[in-house]
Design a protein around this ligand. Structure first.
Ligand code: SF4
Ligand code: SF4
Length: 554
């Protein structure tokens, strides 16, 4: 195996034996093979497009499949074997469509060569792992070409996850699926470096469009997030803990648990569900339990009741963990031994009755903390406060905004973000989204004239909201460039959604961003240099020096 898609990749180079995330070699290989076959689907989709035929029948399948390969989403080999089989069947049907269209338009049979991704076939899963070993990331020998190809694929995985979330709510956009096909097909060609860099940048534009689509999907369906005080303690009833990013699952679970005597709590990235008007009205929605994804081995244990993982991030269980029988997965998430809740039937809802029945027989959650956290500062809410915020900037009460959005991770080096939050001057405001917030959201950082010093917009995809807020501030202050704002970016990254978010910030024209705890291992030195030269991207150093630099506008 070789995987270098996340921040915790071994030695910041690549996991080669077993993932630091716990992904076993055979799962990693199956994921590589799935992506290989998806590339074949993309090749035929492009070929059909060249003939003037738009075929988007595989767009959502490709997006969902790429989503399944992101870090901490799915550890279930059987699921990947099923996806590879389906991908092969879809590719065969598409090939037939292409060959027929070619003959019809050109009056002769297609006789050009095609990449192996478009041709290899096997019905025998025992042959999958041998093929997978030959088509993985290292099959591209040139380090820079590999880096650029994987940058496009990794960014596309993040875009795909967001596209999948939006599609679940009925929001889809052809342009996004077209890009995914273009991106995957590009990796089967020998393209000039400039063209590959262009595709990386295009991924940023597409990440913006996808997050905007998801923002519309979430807010038009469930209302605009609003300022909310979220309980982080527990009540005395049995509970269900729901994690991940899928708001439709959240809604259906709340509906089905009504009057059942079972409370619903969020974990990690589902916490922002507490900010949505559509969910706040349920009296048995009890608040948030615990912190980031990587704390789930202990927090799922002490929760005592069933846990529902709707998307990444799922952490493999440790030997001492006893909650496997209480672990339910759904959608593109999977874990061997966990119970998978099937997809909803057309026009219907998922059936969470097994989760609810189990909850009724479980003890209530063990209290691990008490108090509240405040959030809900997505773009609509901040716009409503705009006059107050602008006044505070004009009067000098707010000197600077620091965007500290992104992902959390398990390494102690991430204490950097806690230290930055603790030591930033009192006239600064932190804008956040994603699970990176757990490094500081429970600190008592106070407020500035009633504006909390940490404004949490929501999930990682709500980083889009932070960009919208920045653009609105730019407009309000009559500036021509987002970089002229008193705004610094100090972003934590971990997985591929964060890569999509980073690319989207570049697409918004953000310069001088700090990222950490490490630069992505998938960037070759030359590709990293391009980002540094073009966008002045910096690696975080230490809290003291970085705060001084940010306050000086560097
Ligand atoms: S997802 Fe990250 S930790 Fe897991 S195998 Fe890949 S690079 Fe390694
Ligand atoms: S922000 Fe990233 S790391 Fe955190 S839960 Fe979401 S996908 Fe996972």
């Amino acid at each position: 195996m070789f995987c270098f898609q996340c921040q915790e990749t071994a030695k910041n180079t690549g996991c080669t034996v077993r993932g630091v995330c716990g992904k076993p070699e055979d799962t990693a290989n199956l994921q590589d093979l799935l992506i290989f076959v998806l590339k074949g689907i993309a090749v035929y989709t492009e070929k059909l497009k060249e003939l003037g035929v738009s075929d988007r029948s595989n767009g959502l399948f490709v997006a969902s499949s790429l989503f399944a390969t992101i870090t901490n989403a799915n550890f279930d080999n059987e699921r990947f074997i099923g996806l590879i089989r389906e991908a092969l069947a879809r590719r065969s049907a598409l090939r037939e469509r292409f060959l027929a269209a070619y003959k019809e338009r050109k009056g002769q049979d297609f006789a050009e060569s095609l990449p192996d991704a478009a041709l290899w076939h096997s019905d025998d899963p025992s042959e999958f792992s041998e093929k997978a070993r030959a088509v993985g990331i290292l099959s591209t020998a040139n380090e820079d070409v590999r880096s650029l190809r994987e940058f496009v694929v990794i960014g596309s995985k993040g875009i795909s996850a967001y596209a999948d979330h939006a599609a679940i709510l009925g929001y889809e956009q052809d342009e996004i699926y077209d890009f995914l096909m273009e991106a995957l097909a590009s990796t089967t060609k020998d393209l000039p470096v400039d063209e590959m860099v262009g595709l990386v940048m295009k991924a940023g534009d597409m990440a913006v469009k996808t997050m905007a689509l998801l923002d519309r999907a979430n807010t038009e369906t469930y209302g605009h997030p609003e300022i909310t005080e979220v309980n982080i303690g527990v009540r005395g009833n049995p509970g269900i803990l729901i994690s991940g990013h899928d708001l439709k699952d959240m809604h259906e679970l709340l509906e089905q648990t009504k009057d059942s005597g079972v409370d619903v709590y969020t974990h990690s990235e589902m916490q922002p569900a507490n900010y949505y008007p559509a969910f706040k009205k349920y009296p048995h929605f009890a608040g948030n339990y615990g912190g980031s994804w990587w704390q789930q081995n202990s927090e799922f244990e002490s929760f005592n009741g069933p846990i529902l993982l709707t998307t990444n991030c799922l952490v493999p269980l440790r030997k001492e963990n006893t909650y496997l029988n209480r672990l339910f997965t759904t959608g593109m998430v999977g874990y061997p031994g966990a119970t998978q809740i099937p997809d909803r039937p057309a026009g219907g809802a998922k059936d969470f009755s097994a989760v609810i029945e189990m909850a009724k027989s479980c003890p209530p959650p063990t209290e691990i903390e008490t108090g509240t956290i405040v959030g809900g500062f997505a773009h609509n809410q901040v716009t409503a406060l705009a006059d107050k915020v602008i006044e505070a900037v004009k009067s000098g009460a707010i000197k600077r905004f620091i965007v500290m959005a992104g992902c959390d991770g398990r390494y102690p080096s991430r204490e950097y973000f806690t230290k930055v939050a603790q030591n930033l001057p009192n006239d600064t405001v932190i804008l956040t989204a994603g699970c990176a917030k757990y490094r500081y959201i429970k600190l008592a950082l106070g407020d500035i004239d009633g504006i909390p010093r940490v404004l949490d917009a929501g999930q990682c995809n709500d980083s889009y909201s932070l960009a919208v807020i920045a653009l609105k501030l730019k407009e309000a202050f009559g500036l021509s460039d987002i970089n002229e704002l008193p705004l610094s970016f100090d972003v934590a990254w971990y997985e591929q959604k964060a890569v999509a978010v980073l690319l989207s910030l570049l697409s918004f024209g953000v310069k001088g961003m700090r990222i950490g705890p490490t630069l992505p291992g998938f960037l070759s030195p030359s590709v990293a240099r391009v980002l540094v030269d073009k966008f002045d991207i910096k690696l975080i150093s230490n809290a003291e020096d970085d705060i001084a630099a940010m306050m000086a506008g560097r």
